[in-house]
Design a protein around this ligand. Structure first.
Ligand SMILES: Cc1cc2nc3c(=O)[nH]c(=O)nc-3n(C[C@H](O)[C@H](O)[C@H](O)COP(=O)(O)OP(=O)(O)OC[C@H]3O[C@@H](n4cnc5c(N)ncnc54)[C@H](O)[C@@H]3O)c2cc1C
Length: 430
């Protein structure tokens, strides 16, 4: 991909975005279209590697509103029509086809190779008059009187620059620039999962429209593998399980990953003709959360706000969904001249409602006594809501559904209630 030469940074913008991932690119596109001057700082040179490859169908409406569907349709990304679970004894569920609940083109989505997908998104932002600077690391957010006033950026072509903006958006993913600076970021103690993943060339694909499905191979003890077909005959294969289980024999991530792949007979059957390439990557504790969504002059979106677990492929949807919700709030705040925490953070309620639904489903999934099949039998009236969750339609009131869930699996402690105490006071107004 050819990037246009980096233009000199003007000193003042309406919105400065930290991170050019899908969340940051989408938010900046929406705001630029609403007439605001937006600048995005991305530390990497694109294309760059990223994990998180399976979309859910409910992203379709956001892609449509962004105007990026033509690029996705023209891409080589495998089309995903369904999800299937394979039990530890090798018994496969019937595929769950999204057409069960969605009609038309939106009933399918894509398995995206992230370096290409993220380039598409960032190029689309540029095409919508967003000023994008790659290889530009935001070192810190500048606060004046407790209010975010801009960012300090180190780029590859000069000394650190101060860029002023009326609103600063943290879309920096796990780096979570504002969360770390203000000491708001915590690991979620009750969702401690480790992950390790790698890539194979030549893994088996299912015939017909099942070729692009996500297959989840469940393993004894509550862990699971994802099997995600990508372009160029590549599959992404990743393990998620308790860290005590993954690292029970040694601390070596690659050894643990290869041992577990070899143990899962139905997975190895798919990989019999495949060749692994590239490193084994991973993380020892996935789930993280911040104590705030907004402050005076700033907001957080996407993984920078919260990331829980990849089981429902909800990360990209929540990044894009929070980008769209936050863009609406920022647009209104800028027009009203009030960029206070309360005004900017009006999207927190709907966003955290969605995060909470996903969190409840994650806890249900990892509860060995709980079964979604039993749930659907006992509460047929909530089958539709369950399907909504699988397609990603979760940013709405689903309390009737989560109350029913609570009758079959104990609800976790309220989100954020058992976070470790901050080690330093949060600055006033932040
Ligand atoms: C193991 C695993 C599997 C996953 N699988 C899926 C899946 O199948 N489906 C799904 O939907 N989601 C999945 N996810 C989640 C998904 O990866 C994220 O939710 C998604 O990438 C979030 O997008 P984002 O824009 O918020 O952040 P990111 O995509 O992380 O983008 C943040 C950007 O900010 C940049 N940045 C960071 N710090 C700075 C700085 N200081 N200055 C400038 N730029 C900076 C980074 O370089 C990056 O480009 C998975 C996650 C994990 C860990």
């Amino acid at each position: 991909m050819n990037n246009p030469p980096t233009s000199p940074i003007n000193s003042s913008y309406d919105v400065a975005v930290i991170g050019g991932g899908p969340g940051g690119a989408a938010l900046a596109t929406f705001l630029a279209r609403a007439g605001h001057r937006c600048i995005v700082f991305e530390q990497a040179k694109y294309p760059r590697y990223h994990i998180g490859e399976s979309l859910v169908p409910h992203t379709y409406g956001i892609f449509e509103r962004l105007g990026i569907l033509p690029q996705l349709r023209a891409s080589a990304f495998p089309v995903k029509h369904s999800v299937r679970f394979v039990a530890p004894d090798g018994k496969a569920s019937l595929p769950f086809y999204f057409t069960e609940t969605i009609k038309g083109d939106g009933a399918r989505t894509w398995q995206v190779e992230r370096s290409q997908f993220d380039c598409l998104m960032l190029d689309h932002a540029r095409a919508n008059r967003v000023e994008v600077h790659e290889q530009s690391v935001v070192q810190e957010v500048i606060f004046e009187g407790g209010r975010a006033a801009g960012v300090r950026v180190a780029s590859n072509n000069g000394s650190p620059a101060e860029v002023r903006a009326k609103v600063v958006v943290d879309a920096s993913g796990h780096a979570c620039v504002i969360g770390r600076q203000l000491n708001l970021l915590c690991k979620l103690p009750e969702l401690r999962k480790a992950t390790a993943w790698s890539y194979f060339r030549g893994g088996k694909r299912l015939p017909g429209i099942d070729a692009g499905e996500t297959t989840m191979f469940l393993i004894p003890g509550g862990g699971w593998f994802w099997y995600i077909p990508l372009p160029e005959d590549i599959v992404s294969v990743g393990l998620v399980a308790d860290p005590e289980y993954v690292f029970s024999q040694s601390d070596d991530m690659e050894a643990a990953y290869l041992r577990e792949v070899a143990r899962c007979a139905s997975l190895t059957e798919r990989l019999v003709t495949a060749e692994r390439f590239g490193p084994v990557r991973g993380s020892r504790h996935l789930a993280s959360l911040n104590r705030q969504t907004s402050g005076d002059g700033w907001v957080m979106i996407g993984d920078a706000r919260a990331f829980l677990d990849p089981i429902y492929s909800s990360g990209l949807y929540l990044a894009l969904g929070s980008a769209e919700l936050a863009a609406q709030c920022i647009d209104e705040a800028l027009k009203s001249g009030d960029v206070s925490a309360a005004r900017l953070g009006r999207f927190e309620g709907p966003l955290m409602q969605g995060v909470e639904v996903v969190r409840r489903l994650i806890h249900a999934f990892y509860d060995p006594k709980f079964s979604f099949m039993e749930f659907a039998k006992r509460f047929p009236e909530h089958r539709h809501a369950l399907i909504d969750c699988l397609v990603g339609d979760v940013i709405k009131d689903m309390s009737a559904f989560t109350n029913a869930l609570a009758q079959m699996t104990p609800p976790p402690p309220p989100l954020g209630s058992n976070l470790p105490k901050p080690s330093a006071p949060v600055p006033a107004g932040a």
